[in-house]
Design a protein around this ligand. Structure first.
Ligand SMILES: Cc1cc2nc3c(=O)[nH]c(=O)nc-3n(C[C@H](O)[C@H](O)[C@H](O)COP(=O)(O)OP(=O)(O)OC[C@H]3O[C@@H](n4cnc5c(N)ncnc54)[C@H](O)[C@@H]3O)c2cc1C
Length: 418
């Protein structure tokens, strides 16, 4: 293969501008947009797919893992969409299964109510530097390339795509060999009330025993009384930010889905048919930026506390084998703080924050902070910090953390023990 390098120059028209431009409409991005909008800022949220919710909807994750608190925007989601699960206190854990279709609708409606301008089918392509910051981002749209200008840019792509383009140093996966957690294609089956035809398409696998299954275990949820079985049982060794590996993952994961469904139909779910396969294979881990602080395994296991705390979790260390072996490293943790500095890239860019699963964290630490509730919490804090940076005319690295924490409280996001 001839790896020629081309330079690519185009005149790109500016479509619109905003105080804060958020890229990626997953848990972190939706919450970042709300956090900034509630502080009176004009906010644009750019999403490459047709839906908000990130892995929670696009990859059909459909369960909120317990994190030891139900607060801020995450609490609003539980209260407004899953009221039966709303705990009295902010310092309790819930782990509800939800409908990804309802979450998708809920988030659309929520963005409208919060005054956030959402642009679907807008995929980030590149950054345009301006002075000591990023002046605009280039997006690929249904009309071709367009520029969107913003005073503060928040990268919530999950892959640190914006930060990497802007030159922020990053690392990928396990420190020893760069392997990331494997990918999983989530799917649901529906109880039809009568035995179903079992179909095993050509090229799929016949799993005999639990030990033959890709994760070596049966992992599914059937919390709701609607006959829906949510299945998390495929496992593909791949880095979700690598072009070639993603091609392999999307085909291999689909084969595993049909194979797992066939296995389940033979082993207890004889009346269940495949109802929905997520539009894309879920990505647990790709790139982590190098931030002003890097969250470590030691922080997670020792229950570290930080003066610039903006989010908290007690979700376990949860590492699906990066080698795609059949093991999962699960270790209980008691709870720790995540500092603001993990969202602030090192270097000289004054107006870029990174929220969600690609913050500055080691492989082990990110396995605990990566779940949805924590990404909503980080996003909300990033949106607030962006707004305060603008109001005070300071770079994001110099934002007054006491003001961020006060606004978090004002938006009913509680930091326990403070
Ligand atoms: C298979 C699987 C199972 C999981 N199970 C659970 C679970 O049970 N409970 C739980 O709470 N968490 C679970 N997680 C983790 C959780 O879903 C994710 O870590 C979380 O969604 C991360 O949020 P995020 O906002 O950082 O990124 P993401 O959810 O990845 O969202 C990123 C968004 O950015 C968009 N985007 C990416 N690139 C661009 C671009 N160039 N331009 C524009 N938009 C872009 C994407 O389309 C997406 O909408 C699971 C994850 C996976 C993959």
């Amino acid at each position: 293969m001839n790896h020629a390098v081309y330079s690519f120059e185009r005149q790109v028209k500016t479509h619109t501008k905003a105080d804060v431009v958020v890229i990626g409409g997953g848990p972190a991005g939706t919450a970042a947009a709300i956090g900034a909008a509630r502080r009176g800022k004009q906010v644009i949220l750019l999403e490459k797919s047709a839906q908000l919710g990130g892995m929670g909807t696009l990859a059909n994750v459909s369960v909120f893992m317990p994190v030891g608190n139900v607060t801020g925007i995450y609490r609003e989601i539980i209260k407004e969409m899953l009221a039966d699960y709303l705990p009295a206190g902010h310092d309790e854990s819930v782990a509800p299964q939800y409908s990804p279709f309802l979450l998708r609708q809920y988030l659309n409606d929520k963005m409208k109510k919060e005054g956030v301008s959402v642009y679907f089918h807008c995929e980030f392509v590149g950054t345009i530097r301006s002075g000591s910051g990023i002046g605009a981002v280039i997006v690929s749209t249904r009309e071709g390339l367009r520029a969107i200008e913003g005073d503060i840019i928040i990268d919530c792509t999950g892959d640190a795509r914006v930060a990497i383009d802007a030159g922020v140093p990053y690392r990928t996966g396990r420190e020893s060999d760069g392997l990331t957690q494997p990918m999983t294609l989530m799917f649901t089956m529906q109880d039809t009330g009568k035995p179903v035809e079992k179909i095993l398409p050509e090229g799929c696998y016949y799993y005999e025993e639990v030990s033959d299954l890709p994760q070596g275990r049966r992992l599914y949820w059937k919390q709701r009384d609607d006959g829906v079985l949510l299945v998390n049982m495929s496992r593909v060794k791949a880095n979700g930010a690598d072009m070639e590996q993603v091609n392999y993952a999307e085909t291999e994961a689909l084969k595993q889905v049909f194979s797992v469904a066939h296995y389940l139909q033979r082993t207890g779910f004889e009346t269940y048919a495949i109802a929905h396969i997520a539009p894309q294979t879920g990505v647990r881990e790709t790139n982590q930026i190098e931030g002003l602080y890097t969250l470590t395994e030691q922080d997670v296991v020792s229950g570290a506390r930080f003066p610039d705390v903006v989010a908290q979790t007690n979700y376990e260390i949860d590492i699906h084998s990066p080698d795609a072996g059949k093991t999962t490293d699960e270790r209980r943790v008691d709870g720790y703080d995540i500092p603001y500095r993990t969202m602030v890239p090192v270097g000289d860019i004054d107006n870029l924050l990174v929220a969600g699963r690609s913050i500055s964290a080691t492989h082990v630490a990110m396995s605990s902070m990566r779940v949805q509730a924590t990404c909503y919490a980080l996003g909300q804090a990033a949106g607030i910090a962006a707004a305060i940076s603008l109001e005070d005319g300071v770079p994001v690295r110099e934002v007054d953390i006491a003001k961020v924490q006060a606004e978090l409280a004002n938006q009913d996001a509680r930091l326990l023990g403070r």
